[in-house]
Design a binder for this molecule. Sequence first.
Ligand code: NDP
Length: 414
Amino acid sequence: KKNVLIIGAGGVAQVVAHKCAMHNDVLGELHIASRTKDKCDAIAESVVEKGSFKQPAILHTHELDALDIPAVIALINETGIQIVINVGSPFLNMSVLEACIETGVAYIDTAIHEDPRKICETPPWYNNYEWQRKQRCADNNITAILGAGFDPGMVNAYARLGYDMMDKGSVTDIDIIDINAGSHGKYFATNFDPEINFREFTGTVYSWQDSKWQSNKMFEVKRTDDLPVVGVQNSYLSGHDEIHSLSANLDVPNIRFWMGFGEHYINVFTVLQSLGLLSEQPVVTAEGLEVIPLKVVKAVLPDPSSLAPNYTGKTCIGDVVKGKKDGVDSEVFIYNISDHKEAYEAMGSQGISYTAGVPPVAAAMLIATGEWDAGKMVNVEELDAKPFINLLNKIGLPTRIKDADGDRALEFDI
Ligand code: NDP
């Protein structure tokens, strides 16, 4: 058994905590640490209330400023944990990783590190911070699994599987499509932290095309797909962390990320951006008050976790992989469908937090069993995807595959 420290106490942490508890025959003691201890306590209470623990268990909460490396080191030593699942804000990633390298414990996160002073990180994303620490992880035998949420995360495993299903060197395109066909009933809201959410869309959109980076504007390039369960959906070329690691780890000339948006979201977003309300640069009011417009917008928008109780509908996220199979042009769609209402009933969260929170728990379980205990820093596509997919089929995120042979559940004999 490996004891776990969860860092952060937001929507994703809520799911991680429930899932860790449900599988504490593999994962042992559970610790939740975040800036606001009350939020950790609320998660702990809901875990106990829902009776999530599979076996009698130890569960502790802690107040922690995860930017303070000595404080993170002290907590790791004090609790004696072996795996950190970092689902705090992405500004914390490098301080938490440093503490893991210092203490010799495994590290898992679900997003690239961000510098709060920048609008959004630019490619080569993982080279900016994470991969600079690759050698130190290898030298110290530290397992660090980067981007192990859904996207990045499961979509990286899907890319690897699709790539391996085709003839060697034949894959021309990997298109990751992320559709949230759910409805939260609010006039306007973001599914996770508005500051992080908007940062993804205000800057340049980077994609990997013809084996080089290409720049576009948000909402400039659109595609329409008829997808399983969610039907016909529009999505727009967007920038995303996994394009960088996939382009470095797989020999594929075109790797793109497409995010689905409704007309209403695009209209409201465009108005906010055109007015300058998504800027992270301070402005001074007539009264001499200095404010950051983006922070004000965040303050007036609904708290993403408050969306959960009324969220209905489904998400469909997956990878279209194009290449040749036995010399013949071939296309495969590997995907998951999740339901917002089911996620709420199971663990009090909305579908986006659910899909992001279950995979890092599967990664932790595979570290505990040794299958993913790589002893170095890796992105998900560098690991064997089969045990990950099989485990996620069992613990609440089933994978399906659609190709010339039909649409069916994907499961591996291993
Ligand atoms: P939230 O904003 O809801 O939660 C972030 C948590 O981090 C909060 O509890 C916050 O504390 C805590 N935090 C912030 N600063 C500090 C600090 N200095 N020390 C300790 N704790 C701190 O985020 P989500 O739960 O929605 O997302 C969590 C992570 O998951 C993010 O990195 C996000 O990018 C990623 N994500 C990944 C997805 C994927 O599929 N790969 C999808 C969705 C999210 P406080 O409560 O005090 O504000």
